[in-house]
Design a protein around this ligand. Structure first.
Ligand code: NAP
Ligand code: MG
Length: 492
């Protein structure tokens, strides 16, 4: 079996612990993709120290030069796109269509951020004094710790790392324990692209050891985290006490709202894609369907029929619509919510079981699941399930629909289906979410636009697009006085 190493100071090195963990294919659990370093605080410390040492030269490297290296990485990613998409499917389980979005997103992110290296705009602003110039310049934050989830195993590390390094930061990445091979491949590409030693470092391992050590390390200036709310809250508390910058992107309980004038077939298509692609393991998954009672019977009938046609299986098989769940623990968790929904009095329309047919080879599959007559107070309407389970909440009129859609702690993505532009724009304005869609499901964000959520989904940051530059830079305000004497701002 292949053993993969950490990448620290431009070298592939084993962990000081001497311990390893495996990555397995969730569609074929007997298939091991490799063994990875189970790192601890000592490996993190070595990586942070090297990132700190590399900081000085890297921040002095002109941003356009930093961007050229990212551009080279993009070219390699493009050449290897198909092979990498297959790897994403094998390690994470989602279909090849989903995986090509994952790798394609990493490529787009790299292209966009390489362009930002040629801009990196500051402002020039008129001073209130004569013969004085006022301007801002962007500088790196310093050493950035990046902690990523498993559901977008190429895209997530890439969309944090590319802007971070273009902005002149050096980074230490702790990828999800379920998808370390995707991260290793990305780092091999960065190495091949010529990123100088120490600028990017990879330390694999568990969240509670390697991840936590990164968050607690005193010489880390910023943590960029995407994952669950529970872990995000702990990171915010720890890093906040240390006055680190913290950017958190956490879960969602995203609603598709279907008004009574909607094109029901289009809405059903939206649910099939938004609720069940990546087996519902998307932070933006359409897990709640808030449907006007006037059309709800028709909507549920049509949805159930189409859900029955979804093919569950290995994501490498082109016929597959819904791949496996990432691991047995998550599979149990998804299944536990079916019990919870039934006990709460919701009506199970379809699915609600693990799939273990012989031809599924022991993969961690869950049947696409539909609950109807769900009420807003139920746990299945409030908690992120992160699986192929959707809940229909029946409402009366637009106002109640929007109120129910907004009635969770989360605020990532929301969508409305309607044929009336005024009703659509009202919903867009009223949604408590970072992302809103009209006549499209809650997934489908584009890499060159800001991404993130309000309420308990985030802490006020947006990643991706030009917002990422705000996130990964500090602003220095500069005054240049050429009057030859003393001028007192705000007085003279
Ligand atoms: P998770 O358990 O929170 O893990 C995310 C990352 O944090 C993993 O690398 C994990 O390591 C690490 N981690 C765990 N405990 C830690 C600790 N105490 N200190 C530091 N790091 C720690 O989430 P997940 O199960 O991988 O991913 C699913 C979640 O991510 C969902 O809630 C989903 O909504 C969210 N998500 C959000 C977005 C978004 O942009 N809003 C995008 C994708 C996913 P291990 O792998 O070892 O656990
Ligand atoms: Mg986890």
């Amino acid at each position: 079996m292949d053993t993969f190493l950490n990448y620290i100071d431009g070298q592939w090195v084993p962990s000081v612990t001497g311990e390893r963990f495996e990555s397995r294919n969730p569609a074929h659990p007997s298939q091991v993709l490799g063994e990875f370093q189970s790192s601890d605080a000592r490996d993190i410390d070595a990586a942070v120290q090297t990132a700190r040492r590399a900081q000085k030269a890297w921040r002095r490297t002109p941003a356009p030069k930093r961007a050229e290296i990212v551009e080279r990485a993009v070219r390699i990613l493009e050449d290897r796109k198909d092979e990498l998409a297959r790897l994403v499917t094998q390690e994470m389980g989602k279909t090849l269509v989903d995986s090509s979005y994952d790798v394609g997103g990493a490529i787009t992110s790299g292209k966009y951020m390489a362009g930002e290296g040629l801009r990196m705009f500051g402002d020039t602003v008129p001073s209130g004094l004569p013969n004085r110039m006022a301007m801002t310049r962007r500088e790196p934050v310093g050493v950035v710790g990046i902690i990523t989830p498993w559901n977008l195993p190429m895209l997530m590390p890439a969309w944090k790392l590319f802007p971070a390094i273009v902005c002149g930061n050096t980074v230490v990445v702790k990828p999800a324990e379920d998808t370390p091979l995707c991260a290793v491949r990305l780092f091999e590409i960065l190495e091949e692209a010529g990123v100088p030693p120490g600028v990017v470092n990879l330390v694999t391992g568990y969240g509670h050891t390697a991840g936590q050590a990164l968050v607690e390390h005193p010489d880390v200036d910023m943590i960029s985290f995407t994952g669950s709310q529970e872990v995000g809250r702990r990171i915010a508390a720890t890093a906040g006490a240390d006055l680190k910058h913290v950017s958190l992107e956490m879960g969602g309980k995203n609603a598709i709202v279907v008004f009574d004038d909607a094109d029901v077939d289009a809405a059903v298509d939206g649910v099939l894609w938004g609720g069940f692609s990546t087996a519902g393991q998307r932070c933006t998954a359409s897990s709640r369907l808030v449907v006007d009672e006037k059309i709800a019977d028709d909507f549920v009938d049509r949805l159930a029929k189409r859900m029955g046609e979804l093919v569950v299986g290995d994501g490498l098989d082109e016929a597959t619509n819904v791949g496996p769940i990432i691991n047995p623990k998550q599979l149990d968790r998804v299944h536990s919510y079916t019990r919870i929904g039934i006990d709460e009095g919701a009506e199970l329309v379809l699915g609600g079981k693990k799939l273990d047919d012989a031809d599924l080879d022991g993969g961690y599959y869950y049947a696409p699941t539909l609950f109807d007559h769900v009420t807003p107070d139920m746990r299945i309407a409030q908690e992120e399930i992160f699986g192929p389970t959707v809940a229909v909440l029946r409402v009366s009129g637009d106002e109640e629909a929007i109120e129910v859609a907004n009635g969770t702690d989360y605020g990532l993505s929301a969508s409305v289906y309607t044929t009336n532009v005024a009703r659509a724009m009202n919903a867009v304005a009223e949604f408590e979410s970072g992302i809103a869609y009209v006549n499209a499901p809650t997934i489908g964000s584009e890499i060159h636009l800001p991404f993130g959520g309000v309420k308990s989904t985030g802490n006020g940051h947006r990643e991706s697009g030009k917002s990422a530059i705000e996130q990964f830079t500090e602003i220095k305000t500069v005054f240049i006085d050429y009057s030859g004497g003393l001028q007192r701002a705000g007085i003279d």
